[in-house]
Design a protein around this ligand. Sequence first.
Ligand code: ADP
Length: 261
Amino acid sequence: GGQTAPQEFEENNLSEVKRVIAVLSGKGGVGKSLVTGSLAVELARAGHKVGILDADITGPSIPKMFGMSGRHAMGLGNLLLPEISDHGVKVMSSNLLLKNETDPVLWRGPVIAGAIRQFWSETSWGPLDYLLVDMPPGTADVALTVFQSLPVDGIVIVTSPQDLVSMIVAKAVNMAEKMNIPVLGIVENMAYVECPDCGKKIEVFGPSKLDAVAEQYGLEILGRLPIDPALAAACDAGAIEDELPAGLLPDALAKVAGLPE
Ligand code: ADP
């Protein structure tokens, strides 16, 4: 650590965010957004005030998951207002700022960085117990922008089974260390499939390396999710709030809910 200068994180006077949790993955497509959305739903069901800052600017998937397709964020003076889901989760995302949600985000690095800063300092979050940040995939410069623009209190690492046999977890852990942000733990997504007939768990990618990797890096295991076609369908249909199975990520929920304010 020690390579980064102390940062000033400017929150606007219409926000009062108690804790900021970043959900990080080594690469795209491993289910980082699904885990972010699930954790948000579980926190909201537990009675907390929750927001999601979608920092995956070029691959935003949170609005669709929460049934916000086609909606547009409004302005209030020079602040943006987050969209609010049916169950009260607040969301800000690049997809809520596009004219058509199928438009590609053809923004260069500095513009993306500006958008991320705007989603923190120029968005009226109101009072929130938790702001979850759906990180851009990977540990390159956009991720760095997030950690330098927001007061992140803790990081949840999401991996696929294949990531556990690569350098990806090490890179994420090292990044967190350099930024002086605690890693709360690791979630393995798509870890297995459960046979719908006999309930047998099949580890499609071979025996899980989760325990070994968690031990190697001193990480708490916060969950292990199966490949669940029904959950994928619920996300596609914008129905994660209604259809997320209860108690999907109990350890992650307990860990996050146990953080001091
Ligand atoms: P990321 O944010 O890492 O790019 P997403 O959360 O967008 O990944 O997931 C990529 C795709 O995989 C989405 O279509 C999502 O619905 C699906 N998916 C993610 N996790 C699961 C899972 N456990 N079971 C079934 N589908 C999943």
